[in-house]
Design a protein around this ligand. Structure first.
Ligand code: G6P
Length: 473
């Protein structure tokens, strides 16, 4: 394969592996905000994407799909257990989401994390041309920037952190906190979702490593006594808004929205939650508030239905197994108490759907509930807004989701305040059309003016400018 001038390194490749009837591998799109976000960028740039195919023990040669070179990194079943399920999703994920679930600090997981990060770094170094730009993605690969800088000082290295970066008091729990900070500081530009995340990172660097930080610049000492600079800054991610608008205008998708409404018994109001089944998403808080509104008689099951799509995620990690049980118990209770033969309180779907169906659901939903306890960005909030080409619908949005910084015209809530959440749901349900329109137009302006293409351009321009500036020093 020819060496690439632009390389993305992410835990996952932007495709899913399946075996066709003929026994040959076939490839479909893989789920997840990250994949959706980078897809348009990779189609345009003639780049290579280094990542895992999503299943253990598969040896697959590099291949090409839609003009992108894909470079699979092999993970054994043990790597998946220790690096992916263990350190990435049972240590870093809960720690970085404000310890909503207790993080587990296991030394064998850390060993595996280092080993697998090295494998990704080696694959990226192999794929990259001299002087190439390499863009490392997310918390599974925090050591890759430094590893790459050591093996390939010719590269320009960017890193984007899609999830929150926690406050210092929490981050400092991590037994390997210094190594993780050093790993990230291998990048020229380290991007975060929120200004607060970049601030938390800079503070951790000051407190742990005693490096100087000034505005978004960090002075990093080299081994030879000289120094270099790195930039830590917010670049809020977005969505491919045009594709949602296009779907929302399609006659078949609109017809499907009507059909969904009818199949729920034509309730006056449809509330919607769309999440990966994850403890960070506040699904229980949402159901608690909604269940109480039904108990109190402020809502009636004839008039309202909550559709909750919870897509399966990380199903072998214990905290996720437990959460699923808790949610399904709650759904059963609420429905058992309130359903009639014709109407259901919660239509719960533990499934994945194609984008067409999601847009039809967005169009059918009068109120979108995003009640995350902590979330890097939450692209669902932006997808809902983009899909509402009719300027209708109300977004209820947690202030603990990154999207809250940009989407000030949503009804913003604290999901821990169940009383406040109940009032916000009622306010959303009762909101007059004129106010819905005014708010939705303001939300749409932001989402349409700042798409995922703007995000990647802003990041890559900043990376380029910063590198140039450093070279000329
Ligand atoms: C979040 C993370 C991504 C991850 C996605 C799906 O959006 O920021 O890095 O890919 O969740 O999770 P999974 O563990 O299935 O890759």
């Amino acid at each position: 394969m020819e060496k690439a001038e632009f390389v993305v390194v992410a835990n996952r490749l932007p495709v899913d592996h399946a075996t066709g009837e003929d026994g040959e591998p076939s490839w479909g799109r893989s789920p997840g905000g990250l994949v959706t976000a980078l897809d348009p960028v990779m189609r345009q740039a003639d780049g290579a994407w280094v990542g895992w195919v999503g299943k253990p023990d598969l040896d697959i040669e590099p291949f090409e799909i839609d003009g992108t070179h894909l470079v699979p990194v092999r993970l054994s079943a043990e790597d998946v257990e220790l690096y992916y399920e263990g350190f990435s999703n049972d240590t870093i994920w809960p720690l970085y989401h404000d310890v909503i679930s207790p993080p587990r600090y296991r030394r064998v997981w850390w060993e595996a994390y280092q080993r697998v990060n090295r494998r990704f770094a080696d694959a990226a170094a192999e794929a990259a041309a001299v002087g190439a730009v390499v863009w490392v993605q997310d918390y599974q690969l925090q050591l890759v920037p430094q590893m790459l800088r050591e093996s390939r000082p010719d590269l320009t290295i960017g890193y984007f952190h899609h999830i929150p970066f926690p406050a210092y008091g929490l981050f400092s729990q991590l037994p390997w906190r210094r190594q993780v900070l050093q790993g990230l500081l291998g990048a020229d530009v380290i991007g975060f979702q929120r200004v607060a995340d970049a601030g938390n990172f800079a503070r951790a660097v000051r407190r742990q490593l005693r490096y100087d930080t000034k505005a978004s610049g960090i002075t990093v000492p080299n081994d030879d006594g000289t120094t270099r600079r790195a930039l830590a800054k917010a670049f809020p991610i977005s969505i491919d808004a045009a594709s949602y608008i296009e779907l929302a205008r399609r006659a078949d998708v609109r017809a499907r929205a009507d059909e969904i409404r009818a199949s729920l018994g034509n309730p006056k109001q449809i509330l919607l939650g769309v999440d990966r089944l994850d403890y960070t998403k506040g699904i229980r808080h949402r159901m608690k508030a909604y269940g109480e509104l039904l108990d109190d008689g402020r809502l009636g099951v004839e008039d309202v239905t909550l559709v909750q799509v919870a897509s399966p995620s990380r199903e072998r990690v214990e905290a996720y197994v437990q959460l699923r049980d808790e949610i399904e118990l709650m759904v059963g209770r609420v429905n058992g108490d309130h359903d009639t033969m014709d109407h259901t309180a919660i239509r719960y779907l533990h499934q994945n759907y194609p984008r067409e169906e999601m847009v039809a659901l967005y169009l059918a939903a009068d109120v979108m509930l995003v009640t995350a306890l902590r979330d890097g960005m939450n692209l669902v909030a932006k997808e809902y807004v983009a899909a509402r080409v009719d300027n209708r619908g109300v977004l209820v949005l947690s202030e603990f989701a990154g999207a809250s910084d940009e989407l000030g015209s949503a009804i913003r809530i604290n999901p821990h305040d169940i009383g406040g959440l109940k009032d916000a749901i009622m306010r959303a349900i009762e909101m007059p059309a004129a106010e819905q329109g005014r708010r939705m137009r303001a939300l749409r302006r932001r989402v349409l003016d700042h798409t995922v293409e703007d995000w990647s351009r802003d990041f890559l321009d900043a990376l380029d400018a910063f590198h140039e500036q450093e070279q000329s020093q």
